[in-house]
Write a protein that binds this ligand. Structure first.
Ligand SMILES: Nc1nc2c(ncn2[C@@H]2O[C@H](COP(=O)(O)OP(=O)(O)O)[C@@H](O)[C@H]2O)c(=O)[nH]1
Ligand SMILES: Nc1ncnc2c1ncn2[C@@H]1O[C@H](COP(=O)(O)OP(=O)(O)O)[C@@H](O)[C@H]1O
Length: 227
């Protein structure tokens, strides 16, 4: 629920590697929001070799976006599971057509945009490791796993994302500039955009926390900003 008691629909945006997933995990730990990550859903389908996963891999491996109609249908289908809960979208919408399709079904109350310099992003993604089935994300410098190469909770192996290689990353950054940045303008015009700038998630997080405190109930009212 939002501060006014209504269900809250929020979106977290930012370039690849800007820290969306890292922040989304902190947000959902502290606030009553269900996370939906389009990238995690795609990778889950790839792991299970579904028809959709096989198709998505072709685009992801080239650093290209999945076609709008497929991505929108899949996301709106998943969101039906959250009809009684407030939610946070991470990685969707990424194009104007996706944003418009979402707007036809749901009112979006707030959009948080992470603005992180591109050289910081390149550095981070060269050291990103993920646990594919949970979406947990690590970084060898920032938040290394407790034991080298394995997930803290399950002990399963971590992997580096194929699309984090420098040449694919260039394509993804281009897709972000060309196709996703216009979505920020779309939400700015609607008056729901809030941008957080910085080079460190630990410095951005207290600002996001303070912002959300005025909008969303916390899971534990006595909890502090500690990640
Ligand atoms: N060095 C550093 N790495 C970070 C910081 N915040 C997040 N990361 C790492 O940067 C990478 C990208 O973050 P992630 O949340 O996956 O970004 P997303 O692609 O926007 O979802 C991951 O390896 C994170 O662990 C930070 O403040 N400093
Ligand atoms: N909303 C979306 N529309 C189209 N493609 C998407 C969308 N979300 C994720 N993808 C695909 O999944 C890839 C990885 O996305 P994601 O896991 O959100 O990572 P990142 O934010 O680090 O780029 C994208 O490069 C794209 O191919």
């Amino acid at each position: 629920m939002g501060a006014s008691g209504r269900l809250l629909h929020a979106v977290l945006m930012g370039a690849p590697g800007s820290g969306k997933r890292t922040l989304a995990l902190r947000i959902t730990k502290h606030f009553q929001l269900q996370k939906f990550s389009s990238g995690d859903l795609l990778r889950d389908n790839m792991l299970r070799d579904t028809e959709f996963g096989v198709l998505a891999k072709v685009f992801m491996d080239q650093g290209k976006l999945i076609p709008d109609d497929i991505m929108t249908r899949l996301t709106l289908h998943e969101l039906k599971n959250f009809t009684r809960e407030s939610w946070l979208l991470c990685g969707f919408p990424r194009t104007l057509r996706q944003a418009e399709a979402l707007q036809r079904v749901y009112q979006i109350h707030l959009v948080m945009n992470l603005s992180v310099p591109v050289e910081v992003i390149r550095q981070r993604l060269s050291a990103r490791w993920i646990h594919p089935s949970s979406g947990r994300v690590y970084n060898l410098e920032f938040n290394p796993p407790k034991a080298v190469g394995v997930d803290d909770l399950t002990g399963e192996p971590l992997v580096q994302r194929e699309d984090d290689r420098p040449e694919t990353l260039n394509e993804r950054l281009k897709a972000y500039e060309d196709q996703t940045k216009p979505v920020l303008e779309y939400y700015r015009e609607k008056g729901v955009l809030e941008t957080f700038c910085g080079t460190e998630t630990d410095k951005i997080w207290p600002c996001v926390y303070a912002f959300l405190q005025t909008k969303v109930p916390q899971i534990d009212q006595k909890a502090s900003v500690t990640p």
